[in-house]
Structures are given as structure tokens and as C-alpha cells.
Design a protein around this ligand. Structure first.
Ligand SMILES: *Cc1c(COP(=O)(O)O)cnc(C)c1O
Length: 415
């Protein structure tokens, strides 16, 4: 379920017409379905069943505080990668004791903030980080709860930019060094071993890489146990793929069953860190056609959204479905849907069959994850507004940026 459907040729998000949202809030506009977000979160929770578990939403996928608030209301934990994200959890009323802190480059300030907040766990990614965390915790007179992010060296078979579990990726502690890392944590008076984690990549559509990674991790868990280093939880990361076009996605129940089969009767609490799969399909970017430029070989639809709003097509060659908000019976033509930014990489979709005219509205689907949160002000374009729809109610959850705000933190030099 995405929360988006067509009724009488018109695109709706839950009970609200996308056209009415565009009229009220302007374009480009991100719209999200609360029901779809809640349903995806609950699917993870249900798949993990009776086993003690915690679903920690990987909030870098979309960190709007209203979205975090909705998930916190379901009892969600959060996977954060910065101090800024920790602040957002706090602002959203999330439970800081359900926060796991990932990331390869945590600063001392961020470590101190997270220790003060009393988070669940630091997922450490290097020997240097272990040393620094031990020092910061000691200086604060507290004991830091630690999990080692193990890089299992498995190929997740996804886009190279979103593959994270290979030896050559910067993420995690190499499998062969992990035992030493645990020894060092166990020997530190200000660190406490509580878990093991991995995250091998994003947009995975196959269970096999998860199984490979988990079996490597479990072998390590067993080895540690034989050395009296006992873990409480196992964090399987995120990465579950969604359907953008025609991908066969993972069946979550089958995925969980496969994980449980590997785990057997070891009784770890299970943590998962899904991001994209919680919000990806639950959002769309509405944009209006500013101009149609017919060409000899192809036509351009120049829209008011651009790569600064949605960088996935330019950055990952990602394909996202583009549909008219109101269907037309005119004949279709082939378009490249492009933005106004001065870059040839500024496209949202290429070679799409569309029946459109100037001023029509388009919806770029599956724009809930890695979309708004990766937006920028390039070309001095204010960031889009965001709306969350809940049944027949639309909530403005982020105002459109003003032009003045673009340079509000800049200053002229004295002349
Ligand atoms: C990005 C990230 C996730 C979420 O990945 P998705 O593909 O969005 O599910 C989970 N864990 C870590 C450590 C991450 O960096």
C-alpha cells in the first residue's frame, strides 16, 4: 500500500485529491500518506512476531519531525547517524532510550550528546571510535552501551553507491578485526558490550545476502560467547527494497523466517533498521509543467521540481514513476521530464510516455525516502513544502522556504 490511488482519473492520497493539495500549497510539493507509513512500520513489527524486538526507523531516509512523531506513536525506535538527527527525535517526542547511533564519523560532541540523552546503543564502526567513545564516556562518568558494526564482506548486489557491506566499503569493522574490537570494548571500564550489528546496503530485493551476512555474524557471536563476551541483541540493519518500477521486493514474513532459521535457538533481542521500506512508497512529489519544448528527436517537459528537490535520478540513475495528476485522453508523446537547474543531470525521468500540456500537474511517485532529506538550495531554489495526509485531513508539516531564508545566515563583509 502506498496511500496513493486514482479515482475517476484523478490521483488521490488517502481521501484528498492531489490537485487540491497543489492548489492549496503550491508546487513543488511533497505529500505523504500517514496510513501507508504506519502500515509499513507495522508490517516489520508483525514479521518479527513474538520474539523480543525493536524496529528502529532509519531516519536519514526522511527525518521530518511529524513523520518521526507518527512512528514514535507506534512505539518505534530510531536509527540515527548524527547529533542533528538525535535532536529531531527529541523534538518529535521520540523515546531516546530506543535510539541506536550508527555512522562512521561520530564526533566527540555527538558522542557526549548521545550519552547525555541515554540512548540504547552506539553502533561503533572503527577502533579509533571505540577509543574515543571510551574517553568521552569516562569523562562523563558513564558507561557507554556498544555494538560493533561488523562488515561481513558480502555482496548485496545493489547499486555501488548504496552497497555498504563489502570489504572495500568504508562502513563497519572488518570481519577479521571484529574479535579484537570486542576484546577492547570488554576490557574498557567505560564501555559495555551489548550487541552486534550490520547493514549491508540499500534497496535489496533478495534474501540471500542477508542470510550470508547473518551466518557470518552468528559464527562471530558464538566465538565471542566462548570467550565470555555475551551479547544481548543482534541488529540486522535495514536495506529492504521497495518497488519503484517492477522490482520483485522481499516478502517481509519470508525474510524474517529466514533470519529466524539462521538464528535458531539463540535468544538475542532482534533490532532492525529499515528506512526506505517504511516511507519510500508513501510519498510523492507533485510538480507542475512550466513549459513544453518540442524537439526533433524528443520532447522536453520542463517542470518546477528539479534535481535540488529530488536528486535520486541524477545521483543513482534511479527510475521513479511519473504520472499525470489528472488523466487526459489526448495522445501520448515521449518526454524527458527535466527541471530548471543549470545542469544536464537535472532530469527527473527520461523517455516517458505522457499526455500533458503546459500547467498540468505531474506526480513523481515513490518519493518518500531519500528525497526531501537530500534536497538542497542549489541555484538558490527554496526547498519544497511537505504535507502529510491523514484520511481527509492535510497537515502542512514543513513550510515552503522563503527566498529571504536562503541567505539569512550569510553576511556582507565590512567595506
Ligand atoms: C541508511 C541506513 C539504514 C537504512 O537503510 P534503508 O535502505 O533505507 O532501509 C539502516 N542502517 C544504517 C546503518 C544505515 O546507514
Amino acid at each position: 500500500m502506498s496511500g496513493f490511488e486514482r479515482r475517476n482519473g484523478e490521483l488521490f492520497v488517502e481521501s484528498v485529491s492531489c490537485q487540491s493539495l497543489a492548489q492549496q500549497y503550491g508546487t513543488p510539493l511533497f505529500v505523504y500518506s500517514r496510513a501507508a507509513i504506519e502500515q509499513s512500520w507495522k508490517a516489520f513489527d508483525a514479521a518479527l512476531g513474538d520474539r523480543p524486538h525493536l524496529v528502529c526507523y532509519a531516519m536519514k531516509a526522511n527525518s521530518n519531525i511529524a513523520l518521526l512523531q507518527v512512528l514514535a506513536g507506534l512505539g518505534s525506535g530510531f536509527d540515527i547517524v548524527s547529533g542533528g538527527e538525535l535532536k529531531r527525535v527529541e523534538a518529535a517526542g521520540g523515546d531516546l532510550k530506543k535510539v541506536v547511533f550508527s555512522g562512521v564519523g561520530k564526533t566527540r560532541d555527538e558522542m557526549a550528546m548521545a550519552l547525555e540523552a541515554g540512548i540504547l546503543c552506539f553502533n561503533v564502526e572503527s577502533m579509533d571510535e571505540i577509543g574515543e567513545l571510551a574517553e568521552v564516556a569516562a569523562a562523563h562518568g558513564v558507561i557507554a552501551p556498544v555494538s560493533v558494526r561488523v562488515n561481513p564482506d558480502v555482496d548485496a548486489k545493489t547499486h555501488p553507491y548504496i552497497s555498504t557491506g563489502l570489504k572495500d566499503n568504508k562502513f563497519g569493522i572488518a570481519f577479521d578485526d571484529a574479535q579484537n574490537a570486542y576484546r577492547r570494548i570488554a576490557d574498557s571500564a567505560s564501555l559495555n558490550v551489548i550487541g552486534m550489528d550490520c547493514h549491508i546496503g540499500s534497496q535489496l530485493t533478495d534474501i540471500a545476502p542477508y542470510q550470508d551476512a547473518l551466518s557470518r555474524l552468528l559464527a562471530l557471536c558464538d566465538l565471542l560467547e566462548s570467550q565470555d563476551i555475551v551479547l544481548k541483541h543482534l541488529d540486522l540493519g535495514g536495506g529492504q527494497g521497495i518497488r519503484y518500477k517492477d522490482e520483485e521486493t522481499l516478502n517481509l514474513d519470508a525474510w524474517a523466517a529466514a533470519m529466524f532459521q539462521e538464528i535458531g535457538d539463540r535468544n538475542y533481542e532482534i533490532i532492525v533498521e529499515p528506512g526506505r521500506s517504511i516511507v519510500g512508497n508513501a510519498g510523492a512529489l507533485l510538480t507542475s509543467v512550466n513549459a513544453i519544448k518540442p524537439g526533433e528527436h524528443k520532447n522536453f517537459a520542463i517542470v518546477d521540481a528539479a534535481m535540488n528537490d529530488l536528486i535520486r535520478p541524477a545521483l543513482y540513475s534511479a527510475w521513479q514513476e511519473i504520472v499525470p495528476v489528472v488523466e487526459s485522453s489526448e495522445p501520448q508523446k515521449l518526454y524527458d521530464v527535466v527541471g530548471p537547474v543549470c545542469e544536464s543531470a537535472d532530469f527527473l525521468g527520461k523517455e516517458r510516455e505522457l499526455a500533458i500540456e503546459k500547467n498540468d500537474l505531474l506526480a513523481i511517485l515513490s518519493a518518500g525516502a531519500y528525497s526531501f532529506c537530500m534536497s538542497s538550495n542549489y541555484n538558490s531554489r527554496p526547498r519544497a513544502a511537505e504535507v502529510m495526509v491523514d484520511g481527509d485531513t492535510a497537515h502542512l508539516i514543513r513550510q515552503r522556504e522563503s527566498l529571504e531564508s536562503l541567505y539569512a545566515s550569510e553576511s556582507l563583509i565590512a567595506s
